[in-house]
Ligand binder design. Structure first.
Ligand code: BES
Ligand code: MN
Ligand code: ZN
Length: 497
């Protein structure tokens, strides 16, 4: 779908989309059309339940155009997140309407700022995502008819400028969704690495380490996870240097388990197919790096992902095994299904050792326990530093990605002690997301660090206004905003919210 910003004027063809405030009056264009059609629009409103509540829609067919009214609620409700939802709903209402063109009229006082216009377009774009490469029989009706979406707004060239940097972020979100949607027979570690490598053309510096080099670095905890797989494990680093050399980097680390069977501690078969999304953290890091490169972020950022497949096999690691991590600390394997933390343990150590970042954030589909705690709508995060936690929370709030800080502490941490090694990789049934975070913290030295557990939010079982069901891309926008706020805000003259 093409999105264009055009000067404010009534279009001749296609759908005309008009905003409608709750209990309010018709927008100028809707009012004109209503007059021309002997009150078709007001008649439709009065014999329907449409009152303009946020996200309510009403379609009216006039002899010349289809008119779509979208409720935007009360003036105080309208913010950028709302605008994105309206955009998504408009897209979804019209995508398969047989119409090829639609124009959104940004003419109501509460609904004509450039930011609102840009985010409306962003919402429509985010909702238009499709992953249909494997569908060989798409009918004409299933294929979206809508090809051109116009946003008709007073300051259209400025709105377009605002939109363009958001579009770069959406491209990152789409990259994440693509990676997460791919099945594990297609997207195994080396194929994943290959797709990341293509981003060199965007100005990213990409390094791919093979198992031999990973072993030389001493990362036996990470390698133990992939031991039972036919696919070689890979460690991929992505570097974006958009700021002065003397400015410290910030680092993002992703769990990239291309498929998690559980290993010898095999998972039950029901729902196991979902474990293709166990590389979601790595997917977010890649989407973030793509977004930063696309919008030429003035920041120095490092992305590190560990790509492995967790399989049961004659060579697979066993419960009871003891592995030595890169940090030198030893880990007793209680459960081979607690594999993500083994990868992250070595990646965290490697990242701080190699790059000495200002702070680091890991992102992982780490535990079922976080889904028990927060459900599928909120991401749980853990931090060893309040200031950076506040920065992440503010960034996520700004882009309407729901995250919630979880507790840590010595009472939880000591549950990970082992009788025979420095620690074990799995504790009791209780507080599993917290004890996992405590395990990870043992691999962080005096450095602000955050762990985000995205197990619940990576895959959507239902459509959301700004995302079709399937891979959500959750996290790309919050982390992109964090990078912006932390590194780039100082360069911005007019600070967009
Ligand atoms: N990849 C899973 C966590 C997961 C579960 C992600 C559900 C998405 C949805 C992880 O590797 C895992 O298996 N964790 C175990 C740890 C346990 C064995 C200590 C879990 O949470 O049950
Ligand atoms: Mn597992
Ligand atoms: Zn896993």
């Amino acid at each position: 779908m093409n999105i264009n910003f055009i000067k404010l004027s009534r279009p001749k063809k296609g759908v005309i989309v008009c905003a409608y405030l709750e209990g309010g009056q018709l927008s100028p264009t809707a009012y004109t059309i209503d007059n021309e059609t002997n009150g078709l629009i007001s008649a439709a409103i009065s014999c329907s339940q449409f009152v303009g509540k946020a996200q309510q829609t009403l379609t009216v067919f006039t002899p010349s155009n289809r008119v779509l009214l979208i409720g935007i609620g009360k003036p105080s409700q309208i913010n950028l997140a709302f605008a994105e939802k309206f955009g998504g709903i408009i897209y979804e209402t019209l995508a398969n309407s047989a119409e090829e063109e639609a124009t959104i009229m940004m003419e109501l006082d509460d609904f004509k700022s450039v930011e609102i216009a840009a985010h409306l377009a962003l919402g429509a774009l985010l909702r238009s995502y499709r992953f249909d490469y494997y569908k060989t029989k798409i009918t004409k009706e299933e294929k979206p008819s809508l090809v051109n979406l116009f946003i008709s707004v007073e300051k259209y060239s400025y709105a377009k400028k605002v939109y363009e940097s958001e579009e770069a972020v959406a491209e990152g979100v789409f990259f994440t969704r693509d990676l997460v949607s791919e099945p594990a027979n297609i997207l195994f570690p080396s194929e994943f690495a290959k797709r990341v490598d293509l981003m060199t053309s965007l100005g990213l510096q990409i390094d791919i380490l093979e198992e031999k080099e990973i072993a030389r670095l001493g990362m036996s905890a990470m390698l133990a996870v992939g031991q039972g797989s036919e696919h070689e494990s890979k460690l991929v680093t992505m570097r974006w240097e958009g700021a002065d050399k003397n400015q410290k980097s910030i680092a993002f680390i992703g769990k990239g388990v291309c498929f998690d069977t559980g290993g010898i501690s095999l998972k039950p078969s029901t729902g196991m197919e979902e474990m293709k999304f166990d590389m979601g953290g790595a997917g977010v890091v890649c989407g973030l790096m793509r977004a930063l490169a696309k919008r030429k972020a003035k920041a120095n950022v490092i992305g590190v992902i560990g790509l492995v497949e967790n399989m049961p096999d004659g060579r697979a690691q066993r419960p009871g095994d003891i592995v030595r991590s890169m940090s030198g600390q030893t880990i007793e394997i209680i459960n081979t299904d607690a594999e993500g933390r083994l990868i992250l343990a070595d990646l965290l150590w490697y990242t701080q050792d190699q790059y000495k970042p200002e702070f680091m954030i890991d992102i992982a589909t780490l535990t079922g326990s976080i889904v028990v705690a927060l459900g599928e709508e909120t991401c749980g995060y853990f931090a060893n530093n309040d200031a950076i936690a506040r920065e992440l929370q503010a960034a996520a709030n700004a882009v309407d990605e729901a995250i919630w800080r979880m507790p840590m502490g010595e009472v939880y941490n000591k549950q990970m002690d082992s009788d025979i090694a420095d620690m074990k990789n799995a504790g009791s049934r209780w507080a599993g997301a917290i004890t996992a975070a405590c395990f990870l913290e043992r691999f962080v030295n005096d450095l602000p660090w955050i762990h985000m557990d995205i197990a619940g939010v990576t895959w959507l079982r239902k459509n959301l206004p700004t995302a079709p069901k399937g891979a959500s891309g959750f996290g790309v926008r919050a982390l992109n905003r964090l990078v912006f706020n932390h590194c780039e805000k100082k360069y911005e003259k007019n600070n967009l919210s």
